[in-house]
Design a protein around this ligand. Structure first.
Ligand code: NDP
Length: 251
């Protein structure tokens, strides 16, 4: 893969934990990285851990005013933005689909974080993105294809499937301007805020069903992000890249 020589500006939503933090780390040696999240303590920890090229901002991506305020701060500090990674998300799979309500941490919060948040961020960032060479990368999920494996993950699966539609629509609009838009759909990725507490029995059962026969690691997703961010991927747009060890097909 050819070397990117110029220092770029990267925004990673949910960059203060799990997959997002690994993505931020994968850029932090050469590029300027802004991580967004709501938990201030984890934002400060991430800044300390990843070094001086990483700055954190407390932002709820589902809130239009917070996104606008963050964008003003980022643009006045850095000018142009090269890459946006829409990674913020969570899973609520505690209820059955029939029990999903519009209450907090249920349908609305899910859709507002994953889908509306990615929309708000993309629309706020796109006018300030480098052309050609800009990249928007959405972190989706295998659940967008399978409906998820746990109880009540319909809201999650629907949000992630919606994210695919957003990816296709934005790719159609922005690719002619030199910005590619793609998504990555991870399978099971171990040791994140999301999966760190999953019982060993569940993890082993997933590994048994996975042809590559291991859990995914955060760096597997960071590597896919690096590919889509590279000059070699300039002809790839409107694509959903599955990174799941073959779990979708089973063993
Ligand atoms: P983590 O819980 O470790 O990370 C989730 C991140 O999202 C946190 O940084 C959290 O920060 C941030 N976040 C959540 N809601 C908001 C919000 N409203 N505004 C801003 N930030 C927000 O989990 P993962 O690293 O596992 O998840 C990252 C992404 O990967 C998610 O989109 C998830 O759906 C996807 N994914 C994960 C898989 C896995 O197996 N781990 C599989 C498939 C997809 P804070 O709490 O500070 O706001």
């Amino acid at each position: 893969m050819s070397q990117v020589t110029k220092e770029r500006v990267i925004i990673v939503t949910g960059g203060n934990s799990g997959i997002g933090k690994a993505i931020a780390r994968s850029f932090a040696e050469k590029d300027s990285v802004v991580v967004l999240g709501r938990n201030e303590e984890r934002i400060r920890q991430t800044e300390e851990e990843l070094g001086s090229k990483v700055t954190g901002l407390k932002v709820d991506v589902s809130k239009r005013e917070e996104v606008a305020e963050a964008m003003n701060a980022i643009v006045s500090k850095y000018g142009q933005i090269d890459i946006l990674i829409n990674n913020a998300g969570f899973i609520n799979g505690t209820e059955t689909t029939m029990e999903l309500t519009e209450a907090e941490r249920s349908w609305d919060e899910m859709v507002n974080t994953v889908l509306k948040g990615s929309f708000l961020m993309s629309v706020a960032v796109a006018p300030h993105m480098v052309r050609p060479g800009g990249r928007i990368i959405n972190i989706s999920s295998i659940a967008a294809f399978t409906g998820g494996r746990g109880p009540g993950v319909a809201g999650y699966s629907a949000s992630k499937a919606g994210l695919h539609g957003l990816t296709y629509g934005l790719a159609r609009e922005l690719s002619p301007e030199g910005i590619t838009v793609n998504a990555i759909a991870p399978g099971f990725i171990a040791d994140t805020g999301f999966t760190g507490h999953w019982p060993e029995k569940v993890i082993q059962s997933i590994v048994q069903q996975t042809p590559v026969h291991r859990p995914g690691h955060v760096d597997d997703i960071a590597a896919a992000v690096q590919y889509l961010s590279s000059p070699e991927a300039s002809f790839v747009t409107g694509e959903i890249l599955n990174v799941n060890g073959g779990w979708m097909f089973g063993r």
